[in-house]
Design a protein around this ligand. Sequence first.
Ligand code: NAD
Length: 480
Amino acid sequence: MSTMVIDGKPASARSGATVEIHDPATGELVDKVPQAGVEETRQAIDAAHAAFRGWADTVPQKRAQILMKGAALARQHLDEVATLLTREQGKPLRDSKIEAERFVENIEYYAMLSASGAIRGKHVQLSVPGAFGLVVRRPLGVVGAIIPWNFPLTLLANKIAPALAVGNTVVAKPASTTPLSTIRLVELMNEGGLPPGVLNVVVGPGAVVGQELIKNPKVRKIGFTGETQTGKQVMAEAASDLKHVTLELGGSDPAIVCDDADLEQASKAIAIGRFFNAGQACLAVKRVYVFESVADQLIEKLAARAKKLKVAPGSDAASQMGPMHTAGGREGIEAQLKDALDRGARLVAGGKRLSGAPYDGGFFFEPTIVTDVPWEARVWREETFGPLLPIARVKDLDEAFERANDSEFGLGSSIFTRDLKRAQLGIDRLDAGYTWVNTIQVAYDELPFGGTKHSGFGKEHGVEVLDFYTEQKSAVVAGV
Ligand code: NAD
């Protein structure tokens, strides 16, 4: 049985309660993990609080060396971590490996950034003789990192890498269905030499563990990724203690395909963008708006790509798309699809559960595409968190922008065109935290990432994330 990690040591729950982790491809029990209550969560917060001063006072180069050592250990265990991730989450093994590798790279990126002296304050000349001002950056203290199940390792790294690099300490809370790969990485990072208490992991329900992190006054910042509804609750509750919050929430990313686009390139990027991780990505392409004159060609290409995708358990080396993560998630997609079809949409690929061996024990669903979807359909308004892609025909760029922006979400967006002017307009007019032009929607360490509108606020990635894990303090030095 895996255990939690509190104060650098394996930790169990006093109640003896456990969380069972099941394989979404087969339903088999993979492992059990102790289920924390308020008591264990407080222990972890206290450990992180006690470790804070020492870690914050450690020089950046030394912090970076320790983080790099943990990252190197994690790199040696990529296969083990990836296998755990596939078993608990469902994604194909090769995608799990990429995700585990991204975790390592993210830790390395922020370790190097902090060691390089890139995190700077300011010297300010004052209008007073014999005095000068400084603006210094200080870590915040204990950070609560609350993570969903869809990309547990990427989203863990997005928070702990910048937080630890600048001297904060962390209590991480993975989703209860995907704690195993997270626990293993936290163990390895601790083995790398993090002082006890600097990085802890506790497992348990959001309503208990998450709530304690949000309400405990020793926690100064919540880095949250999850559903918009949960994020709003987190923000309201964190307000009572005036905690810093970063909220990375839901998305319904539009892709616009113009009549001058390279349709081969567009269809490839959109198919990957929609069906990667069985469509369960915040940054997935969730709506397509294509110019009428090229719509039939694009639809044909996308349908062909959807039908060709190899859907299989993640442990099958040939798998390109695994099961959905939960029964409820699959039912949600089925309900959105039914709503669209009932309103007159046309099904051009997929549309049903997969059955027979090896599918019966898992939550498999075909890569699915619908066209001619009426504007009242739920798929245009709600987040579709699974392998379901609606496509609409538009007459021009103005209509495409209007439809694309007609959403409460504003996470990512993309535009496919060979015309620089159209690309520039896309960047200017799409209401989203990110716009990709002629390429796949992926987040880069070097660029800040985060949504507008109901997709959240605050940034992860880039040097910009450091604004969200430090606070600026002014100082005046006189008598000089
Ligand atoms: P969720 O909101 O149900 O859960 C996310 C985490 O919050 C889990 O660890 C959960 O235990 C915890 N939690 C739940 N209720 C809580 C509460 N009341 N207090 C404190 N913690 C609580 O989200 P999910 O279903 O696991 O994840 C899918 C969602 O996440 C989708 O909407 C997706 O778009 C979004 N997401 C966003 C990004 C991004 O970067 N913007 C990335 C990935 C996923």
